[in-house]
Design a protein around this ligand. Structure first.
Ligand code: PMP
Length: 361
């Protein structure tokens, strides 16, 4: 077959094993597997689903969705405090990253990422044939804007940033970003997939900087990962480019309705975020009590340092008990770490207890 040359060195996005595979391998019931590796919310949003059931009979499922996604865009404009023509709705944040790469990148371009960070930034860039320059963060895992600035050259087309960053849980300093935006005209992407957990946003800066793209999702705080709804906030000029590339109908009428209901019932998301914030603080303290270093996190996950104990071994020992955490120890600066999503308190307690037993053995 004659695939594009870029296919040769693309490593696809990798997940931990599926619950079914883990259940089979360790002879566990599949419903006993707890996923602390996905950074999603722990509960099915029952109230939203009940409201969705009531609206299903009215959905125009025989027609394509309105390709401008006008109803949802207008609610999002209100939620983000921007104009409707500054919103581009996508099939999850990952489609947003894909669209960005198609608008800005080719085999002549290069991209800067602030390592360690979300692996899709590299993947979407490499698919377009772009070269990726990884720049190391500061010791406290915040972005090092001096290094980022040095890495940007004439060939740079996109700088991918993430706030709060997956997997470090750190936010971008507004002052540093402002200075950086003043120094460059290449696209600066800020992935705010975990924004609602931090309450810190850089969206207002899109009015001043036409090269700033903020990416968001309903997958995390809104508990709708399965619905696949994301969006971008940008200048109108950038939105016009994004719209040239965006597939006209990548969302379903069901997903659009779920996202609409989620914004119409914003208090449900807010109470999920507050509950997870309380659970996170408890989990952090409990992990510290068993002797682990836990980085401060502004997201719904914790980055945990296991010191001299190999993280991959700890991860497999947890997996044998049906507890799945994310092994990110192959990432630069994180050789001693695992990433753990905050779930319901009783689940978090189960994880801490199992870890305590493993560490004592
Ligand atoms: N950005 C970041 C930083 C993420 O962690 C994730 C999910 N792992 C995504 C984007 C993808 O989000 P979505 O489900 O909306 O595609």
């Amino acid at each position: 077959m004659r695939t594009r040359r870029e296919m040769e060195d693309i490593e696809p996005y990798s997940w931990e094993k599926s619950s079914r595979e883990i259940a089979q391998e360790f002879d566990l019931p599949v419903d006993k597997i707890i996923r602390f590796d996905l950074n999603t919310s722990p509960d099915i949003p029952q109230e939203l689903l009940e409201k969705a059931i009531q609206s299903i009979p009215r959905l125009k499922i025989h027609e394509y969705p309105d390709t401008s996604y006008r109803k949802l865009s207008s609610l999002l404009a209100e939620y983000c405090e921007v104009n409707i023509d500054q919103i581009t709705v996508t099939n999850g944040a990952d489609e947003a990253l894909d669209i960005i790469s198609k608008v800005f990148l080719d085999s002549e371009s290069n991209v800067v990422v602030s390592d360690p960070t979300y692996s899709m930034f590299r993947i979407v860039s490499k698919i377009m044939g772009a070269k990726v320059k990884g720049v190391l963060r500061n010791e406290d895992l915040t972005d090092n804007f001096d290094r980022i600035k040095d890495a940007v050259d004439e060939g740079s087309r996109v700088v991918f940033l993430c706030s709060p960053n997956n997997p470090t849980g750190t936010c971008i300093s507004r002052t540093d970003l402002l200075k950086f935006l003043q120094s460059t005209d290449c696209a600066v992407v800020v992935d705010e997939a975990y924004y609602e957990f931090s309450g810190e946003t850089l969206i207002d800066l899109i009015n001043e900087y036409e090269n700033l793209i903020v990416v968001r999702t309903f997958s995390k705080a809104f508990s709708l990962a399965g619905a696949r709804v994301g969006y971008m906030c940008t200048s109108k000029k950038t939105a016009d480019f994004l719209n040239k590339v965006r597939p006209p109908n990548s969302l379903t009428v069901f997903s659009l309705e779920l996202a609409r209901l989620a914004l119409d019932n914003i208090e449900l998301m807010k109470s999920n975020v507050s509950a997870l914030e309380i659970a996170k603080e408890k989990m952090k303290k409990n992990l510290e009590k068993i002797g682990l270093y836990v980085y401060p996190s502004k997201a719904n996950f914790l980055l945990v340092d296991f010191g001299t104990r190999p993280p991959s071994l700890i991860q497999s020992m947890l997996m044998e008990k049906g507890i799945v955490v994310r092994d990110i120890s192959s990432m630069p600066m994180l050789q001693r770490c695992l990433r753990i999503t905050v779930l319901r308190e009783e689940q978090n307690q189960q994880l801490v207890q199992t870890l305590a037993e493993i560490l004592a053995s």
